[in-house]
Design a binder for this molecule. Structure first.
Ligand SMILES: [Zn+2]
Length: 213
């Protein structure tokens, strides 16, 4: 499985494309495209890489991670996979937009088409991403783990040198620390961490140096 990153919108969200190089089936994770220019950029990348977008996955439903959901759904005819515990957040995208004083961005409710939960495997051809529930930043936050290719997409649960904020609706600091400690830091040290914002890191590096854990 291969992975590539693009950074979109004023929150600097990392949008990831994960694909099977044999079948060219690809998953878009946290599409953050905020405007037509960013959507056009994404479309170009997909065309240049000759990928077929077969999955759309959100690590969680905060507005900065969902701004490109409608574009991906309509452009590629895919439904949204996310954890049901974030359904209320998806329904409240309008109030999230108001809270951050965002104008001219998608602010209609986000609807989950397929619930993904702990242990689920999302297949791209014969390769897969495994769903790991990491609640705390939001109730339904998930990470997506490739044990074969040794990487994990952590959304806003775990960053290089930090963890997610827990002051937004549904956040809980103790829950987040427990989930990251029990579910992510127990992965092999060499696992590369691809967070929802900022640079990548490894599980081993965060175990040693992350001051929040
Ligand atoms: Zn978030």
């Amino acid at each position: 499985m291969k992975i590539a990153r693009a950074e979109y919108n004023l929150f600097g969200v990392n949008t990831y494309i994960v694909w099977n190089p044999d079948s060219c089936e690809a998953a878009v994770i946290d599409p953050g495209m905020q405007n037509p220019d960013e959507c056009a950029h994404f479309k170009q990348v997909v065309e240049r890489m000759e990928l077929q977008i077969t999955h759309l996955i959100n690590t969680h439903l905060h507005i900065d991670h969902t701004l490109g959901d409608e574009f991906v759904e309509s452009m590629y005819g895919v439904g949204l996979m996310a954890n049901d515990a974030d359904a209320a957040l998806g329904a409240s995208r309008g109030s999230q937009a108001a809270m951050f004083h965002l104008r001219g961005v998608p602010d209609t409710p986000v609807t989950i088409d397929i619930n993904i939960k702990n242990g689920d495997k999302i297949f791209l051809g014969d390769e897969y991403l495994q769903v790991i529930e990491v609640p705390g930043h939001s109730p339904g936050s998930v990470a997506l783990y490739s044990p074969v290719d040794k990487f994990v997409i952590t959304g806003d649960a775990l960053f290089k040198g930090s963890i997610g904020r827990t002051d937004l609706p549904g956040g809980d600091h103790g829950t987040l620390v427990k989930a990251v400690t029990n579910e992510l830091l127990t992965l092999p040290d060499e696992t590369v961490v691809y967070p929802g914002h900022g640079p990548s890191t490894t599980i081993g590096a965060e175990k040693i140096s992350n001051p929040y854990l």
